[in-house]
Write a protein that binds this ligand. Structure first.
Ligand code: NZQ
Ligand code: ZN
Length: 401
């Protein structure tokens, strides 16, 4: 029987023009904001100036922290927390994509953390010491993808060891107090990153759909609606970046995909994400591009163990007919159609298209080990449906070559 607990305290203000209300709403949380941005897109688009103007108009002082890199690094977070402390910031405003939002969350928690903040990050060999408090966080997403704006997760690359390890923290203290999602801010996202965002949104719901428990028809329906919406509007946003309606539908889908509604009661691990994080941690590829490669490869592997779910997916999403065919064929056609969709919007679907050079079994084995360094069950496998041994992960990676 179904059991669930649901909690999401983030206030969401969504719609074209919402950015103008930033200052007025932020005032409730403090007087001095650390305004975190990435490598410059928000300066080029003017979003930065508008955010600063809105904050300052309402008497909120701004301390700028720029330069957060895609796949944000732990050392960047530490620098950000130092800046926030030095200037006495009493809130953190994230203006950017998932990387900026994730870095901002961990900066906000680091300011209030006692001890070594790397201990809040997940590693399979010890329980994380989760942050219990953080400066108030306000997210202003500029890219429809991660859903980080209204969830309590952050993905950070630990860059203090010999090789980067991309890991994460999920903690209640990281829920933003406020998310201001203004789709006009996403109009400037180039076609490639728009497409990677589409692949990410889709993966957020397919992971729950295929790895979750049975008997959750409402969540199935949520997930299917998110997928259908993204299949309809995603290609339009890729092809016509200035189509505000497409941007709006895509951004709302990105939020719904990972704000907890689709996940609640499903209790699904996210194995494709775990494997992908290893890739983007080492090679710095965009997360969504890595997912576009790995998700269909994982699906082909998992469909052997759980064909009914994949048949449901093929039928309900792509209208694949069962006539004259067995379950396996139908399941595989659904996966093929999914992969073709990703390819049609310009996503890579093979490791060889990621620009990471020649890779072989030795690399796959190393990536599998690193993935299991972050999360593994008592039998040393990556949780999922089915749980994946190191050899299974290698097989999936090899099939994506
Ligand atoms: O750095 P700037 O100059 O801002 O440029 C960024 C970056 O180069 C650019 N960009 C963002 N908004 C733009 C824009 N360019 C033009 N116009 C705009 N409006 O896009 C590039 C990618 O940005 P990034 O923030 O890295 O992308 P995304 O939003 O996909 O975030 C990816 C990160 O989030 C993590 C990923 O692992 C990755 O590190 N994730 C976070 C999750 C969460 N917290 O819930 C869940 C996800 O599954 C994911 O793992
Ligand atoms: Zn993702």
């Amino acid at each position: 029987m179904m059991h669930l607990e649901y909690y999401n305290p983030t206030r969401l203000v969504f719609g074209a023009g919402a950015l103008e209300s930033l200052g007025e709403r932020a005032r409730a949380y403090g007087n001095k904001a650390l305004l975190v941005i990435g490598k410059g897109s928000v300066k080029r688009t003017g979003a930065f100036d508008r955010a600063v103007a809105s904050l300052e108009k309402e008497g909120v002082e701004v301390v700028e922290l720029s330069g957060v890199e895609p796949n944000p690094r732990f050392t960047t977070v530490l620098k950000g927390a130092e800046t926030a402390k030095k200037h006495g910031c009493d809130m953190v405003v994230a203006l950017g994509g998932g990387s900026v939002m994730d870095a901002s969350k961990v900066i906000a928690a680091t300011v209030r953390y006692e001890g070594d903040p790397s201990e809040m990050l997940m590693r399979a060999d010890r329980p994380p010491r989760l942050p219990r408090a953080a400066l108030p966080i306000i997210t202003v997403p500029t890219l429809a993808a991660t859903g980080s704006e209204t969830n309590c997760g952050a993905v950070i690359t630990l860059d203090t060891g010999e090789e980067p390890l991309k890991t994460f923290v999920i903690a209640e203290a990281l829920y933003p107090r406020l998310a201001i999602a203004d789709p006009t801010l996403t109009l400037s996202v180039p076609p490639d990153h728009t497409a990677y965002g589409v692949a990410d949104i889709l993966a957020h719901v397919t992971e729950g759909y295929f790895n979750g428990v049975d008997g959750t028809p409402i969540q199935d329906g949520f997930a299917e609606t998110v997928i259908r919406t993204v299949l309809e509007w995603g290609p339009r946003a890729v092809a016509h970046g200035d189509d505000l309606e497409a941007r709006t539908q895509l951004q709302w889908a990105s939020i719904v995909a990972l704000n907890g509604w689709v996940q609640t009661g499903v209790h699904a691990p996210y194995p494709v994400h775990q494997i992908e994080h290893t890739l983007s941690g080492i090679y710095d590829v965009p997360h969504g591009a890595g997912l576009a490669v790995l998700n269909p490869a994982w699906m082909r592997f998992a469909a052997k163990y759980n064909p009914d779910r994949f048949v449901q997916f093929a039928q309900r999403i792509f209208g694949v007919s069962m006539e004259g065919r067995d379950k396996r064929e139908v399941a595989m056609e659904g996966i093929y159609r999914f992969e073709e969709f990703l390819r049609s919007i310009g996503c890579p679907t093979r490791l060889s298209e990621l620009g990471i050079g020649e890779v072989d079994e030795k690399d796959f084995s190393h990536w599998a080990e690193k993935t299991l360094e972050v999360v593994r069950d008592e039998e040393g496998r990556l949780p999922g449906r089915p749980p994946l041994s190191k050899e299974d992960i290698v097989e999936i990676l090899a099939s994506a070559r």
